[in-house]
Design a protein around this ligand. Structure first.
Ligand SMILES: Nc1ncnc2c1ncn2[C@@H]1O[C@H](COP(=O)(O)OP(=O)(O)OP(=O)(O)O)[C@@H](O)[C@H]1O
Ligand SMILES: [Mg+2]
Length: 408
């Protein structure tokens, strides 16, 4: 399929995005309601006014912990009236938070709500209360956040991701897994279940409780889930690499994506069933590592490598602006792939995305967003950087915990 010939504007005839967003006691917002259109939306305001918080709220309409990977308890609005003269975090007044939205997908409108509820967890020794995220779709509570993926999908770029290609592999792995979720809803469940089993296995070994049957059963299940996770990641990387080959190699350069992981590599040579056996044995062999605080190899260590194709340069050795351009290339390819595959586009959440981009790149990005004809929420301190979108974008200014629509 020659994807460059595809007119995404036409393909994206199933318009999608958030029509109305309501925040309640979310970060700095006691109550906020915004009516949005299904094109570019520029949110500007001074530092600390609440631009990123809006993007974070939208990210909570999708599975996971949002674009800041925050603790649920950090999101509740801290009420300044209750902050004592002497700063004492534990004495701050807290309220529960909620985000709700009317979402359009083609001819359908869907009501999505997410909030935090206190739940109790009983253990052998005591009962503890913890925060639990609940999700409602059209008023019905759903048991799995993954269900959200059927109705809405979002892809984000944040300033923290400027360092995505440098440093530890964990943020790259989460980034990759989010790209996979968008195509394969089960992947979110698999990774959550794998982590849950891994924690049990780790704690059991750390505590020195040698319940052989239990350990073997955990290893068996982890191996099965791990191989499914690795296979889904490989499939996604292959899909994106094929797609990118047909993309223009312009200001956002073509990339080559690679996976570096012991289980993913085994799948190059062996059928999945044999890789499961291999993984189970590998986990068993590594039991001792936990006692010595050594790392455990497997899908929890996989890295996602990106190369600047024309320069044959690993992304981590590219300049700051080049790294941002490579990231944008991946995001654009994923966005188009997803639109083709699902028939509706993801929402783009672009936090301070034009920082580090020169004028040519900035204008090229804005033009591409316009061409894609999708909903893109973009933050910046300067509305005038977006004057080329003045006829197509909605502009909001944030001030005093409220958003005001304005023209530029
Ligand atoms: N739980 C909370 N309760 C109340 N306020 C919060 C909470 N968490 C964060 N804030 C505040 O929300 C404000 C807005 O944060 P946000 O990150 O959205 O700002 P911003 O407009 O994106 O700023 P910048 O331009 O610096 O990126 C900050 O002043 C922050 O301290
Ligand atoms: Mg911000």
């Amino acid at each position: 399929m020659d994807c460059s010939a595809l007119n995404l504007y036409e393909l994206n005839s199933q318009k999608s995005g958030v029509l109305r967003l309501t925040l309640t006691d979310f970060r700095n917002y006691p109550h906020l309601r915004i009516n949005a259109h299904l094109g570019p939306i520029i949110i500007t305001g001074e530092n600390g006014t609440g631009k990123t918080n809006i993007l974070e709220a939208i990210s909570f309409l999708t599975p996971g912990r949002g674009l800041r990977a925050a603790k649920l308890s950090d999101i509740r609005r801290i009420t300044p009236a209750l902050v004592p003269d002497e700063y004492m975090p534990t004495a701050l007044g807290m309220v529960n938070w909620a985000v709700s939205a009317t979402v359009q997908k083609g001819d359908d409108t869907i009501e999505i709500g997410t909030a935090v509820e206190k739940s109790l967890r009983e253990s052998e020794d005591d009962t503890r209360s913890f925060d639990k995220r609940i999700v409602k779709i059209n008023g019905q509570k759903t048991s799995s956040q993954a269900e959200l993926g059927r109705h809405i999908s979002a892809i984000w770029i944040t300033p923290q991701m400027d360092r995505l290609f440098r440093g530890g592999s964990q943020p790259r792995r989460s980034f990759l897994d989010r790209l996979v979720y968008a195509f394969d809803l089960e992947h979110a469940k698999r990774t959550a279940n794998f982590e849950h089993l891994y924690r049990q296995w780790y704690q059991l070994l750390k505590a020195g409780k040698s319940n052989e049957d239990w350990l073997l059963s955990l290893e068996e299940n982890m191996a099965a889930l791990g191989v499914a996770i690795a296979a889904a990641r490989r499939e996604q990387i292959a899909k994106l690499n094929t797609f990118i080959e047909h993309e223009p190699d312009d200001v956002f350069p073509n990339v080559i994506l690679e996976l570096e992981g012991i289980i993913e590599k085994k799948l190059d040579k062996l059928p999945a069933i044999d890789v499961e056996d291999f993984y189970r044995d590998l986990l068993k062999k590594q039991r001792r590592n936990i006692l010595y605080n050594d790392s455990i190899d497997g899908v929890n260590r996989t890295d996602f490598k990106v190369f600047y194709r024309k320069k044959r340069m690993p992304a981590e050795l590219c300049s700051t602006g080049e790294q941002k351009s490579l990231l944008i290339s991946i995001i654009l390819a994923q966005t188009k792939c997803q639109t083709l595959d699902k028939g509706f586009a993801p929402i783009l959440l672009l936090d301070e995305v034009v920082a580090h981009l020169d004028e040519i790149k900035r204008e090229a990005l804005l033009e591409k967003i316009n061409q894609l004809g999708l909903q893109a929420w973009i933050t910046s301190t300067d509305p005038y950087l977006f004057s080329s979108l003045k006829d197509t974008a909605q502009f909001f200014e944030v001030k005093n915990n409220q958003l005001k629509e304005k023209s530029i």
